[in-house]
Design a protein around this ligand. Structure first.
Ligand code: EPU
Length: 509
């Protein structure tokens, strides 16, 4: 895909894994912090849109070509899964052509490789398209091993399965996974929201909505998807299906009305719906990194309306955030106005603040003046990043789903990344810290960020082997990072300190 590609030695063996400049062969990244990030950065295509768009290409009866597919470990993984299922896949410079003509159900269920499914949450996106393909070819079954993913707390797929059952599929669960079989899919009323914790508002499921959409697109009659997710990734898949001939109303709202069709045609790469949208979580990560390092960064290639909630959080922390450019070429500019101040945020379904930026905002809170409160209502148990931030001398406590973070100066540390977004949080902490940090398993970043080290270097970050001992508390210097030391730290009553690093959880997202 690009010059940074190498053959892989990973046990599950995709045809090459992504590399990024300063992340060494052991997956470690050294960062010397305290340098404000300055410049322009362009985000790649969205991981969480590209994965289900690639899976949806299984539904079309002619070849489908997608553009701006990011070169990530996860997208390579998905291409391998498609090949294993019988699709012909060609990929070059972000353009991927998928021809599913040979993907046909037979006596055996479709079964995406259990090893890959256990490693990548995004594999769950195959369930809806494969089931739909079975229905289009007179019946069949799909077997999905238990899906893996980042340790964000419980990640059930009960809403996905309930949607398939409502559409007429038969679902059999066992201890190793699930088998879903179908003769024909029939239009139905489907409910997609579920409370992550009793007492919290129901949260719509993003990949569950996409799976239900794919299955309903070829069901007999009309389906109504209630409590659907409104995330841009759902809209992107819906628009791709529309370009293939699907009849879908209400994209971007909580109610989707889908009238099933008998066939979906291949989509040309020239079609606007074949272009993967910019990655809003990557954009948010660079925006937060700019604010945390006292920098000034313009982020290109993302729709500013998709990062509005992140912009609001950064403004609360004292940064200036504005848009520049016009139409489809708008960019987001973030300029620090000195040391960030404490802020309070709560994750929510789109257009609320994404759960996937709470770890990065936790790193910002760790350098902000005062005590910040960050509550994750979507994944209340997401906390791997909180257990690692104290490695940088951050003061972190946790009360239920709320992280209580008292900001101060950070110092370089040695730490292992537990998952993708936690790795992004540790990277931001290292960029904002005095001295040099060594982040083990930083290669997890390559699951969701295209060439992150090259992008950071272009913004002025100092990466590579340390000039002085890792984790050594350096003499405080004025002027670095552009802010003053803060006063004594305040401990909130009723919270509990977060223990420093615990064993790493699953590597996958
Ligand atoms: N939920 C249920 N039942 C279900 C499905 C979900 O109770 O059947 C609950 C979950 O436990 C959670 C909430 O609903 O509390 C939302 O989960 P959702 O299903 O939306 O998550 P997902 O679709 O598995 C995607 C992204 C995640 C992102 C979440 C939330 C992909 C491949 N993954 O996961 O991305 O955090 O939506 O926006 O699209 C990441 O990119 O780092 C990442 C973890």
């Amino acid at each position: 895909m690009d010059a940074a590609t190498t053959a892989t030695s990973l046990p599950w063996g995709p045809r090459g894994t992504t590399r990024s400049g300063d992340i060494n062969r052991n997956g470690t990244l050294c960062v010397t912090g305290g340098v404000p990030l300055r410049g322009r950065v362009r985000v790649g295509g969205s991981k969480n849109a590209a994965l289900p768009m690639l899976a949806a290409a299984l539904l079309t009866d002619g070849p489908t070509t997608l553009r701006r597919v990011p070169d990530l470990t996860d997208t390579r993984f998905m291409l391998e899964l498609l090949r294993e299922l019988g699709a012909t896949v060609e990929s070059s410079d972000g353009t991927v052509r998928v021809d599913a003509a040979r993907v046909r159900p037979d006596a055996l269920p479709f079964e995406p490789s259990p090893v890959r499914v256990a490693a990548m949450r995004g594999a769950v996106c195959l369930l809806g398209p494969l089931l739909a393909r079975c229905a289009l070819h007179g019946g069949g079954a799909v077997r999905l091993a238990t899906v893996g993913g980042c340790d964000l707390g419980p990640r059930p797929i009960d809403r996905h399965l309930a949607a398939f059952e409502a559409l007429g599929a038969n679902v059999e669960r066992d201890q190793d996974g699930v088998t879903v079989s179908v003769d024909r899919l029939k239009g139905a009323d489907i409910f997609l929201s579920a409370p992550p914790t009793p007492g919290l508002p129901p949260s719509p499921t993003v990949t569950g909505t996409i799976n239900a959409l794919c299955a309903a697109a070829v069901a007999d009659g009309v389906s109504v998807l209630n409590g659907a997710a409104r995330e841009p990734e759902v809209v992107a898949v819906g628009e791709l299906l529309q370009a293939a001939g699907a009849e879908i109303e209400g994209l971007g709202t909580r109610t989707l009305i889908v009238t099933g069709v008998r066939r979906l045609r291949g989509v040309s790469g020239r079609c606007p719906a074949a272009v993967v949208p910019g990655d809003r979580i990557e954009a948010a990560t660079w925006m937060i990194a700019a604010a945390a390092t006292g920098g000034r960064v313009v982020v290109d290639g993302v729709d500013p309306s998709e990062v509005a909630a992140v912009a609001a959080a950064l403004r609360d922390s004292g940064a200036r955030v504005s848009t520049c450019g016009a139409g489809a070429h708008q960019s987001v500019r973030v300029a620090s106005c000195g040391r960030p101040t404490a802020f309070e945020v709560r994750s929510a379904a789109f257009p609320g603040l994404p759960t996937d930026v709470l770890p990065q905002l936790a790193a910002l809170a760790a350098v902000a003046e005062g005590t910040s409160l960050l509550t994750d209502d979507v994944f209340p148990e997401r906390s791997a990043h909180l257990r690692r931030l104290p490695r940088f001398h951050a003061s972190v406590e946790r009360a239920g789903a709320t992280a209580v973070i008292t900001g101060g100066d950070l110092y370089g540390g040695e730490v292992h990344a537990p998952d993708l977004r936690a790795a992004a949080a540790l990277l931001i902490a290292a960029l904002a810290a005095e001295g040099t940090s060594r982040i083990g398993r930083a290669s997890l970043l390559l699951r969701g960020y295209e060439r992150p080290a090259e992008k950071l270097r272009a913004l002025g970050a100092t990466l590579g082997e340390p000039a002085r001992a890792v984790g050594k508390r350096p003499a405080r210097r004025s002027g670095r990072g552009g802010w003053r030391a803060v006063g004594p730290r305040r401990i909130l009553r009723g919270t509990r300190p977060v223990a420093s690093e615990t064993p790493a959880c699953s590597a996958a997202v």
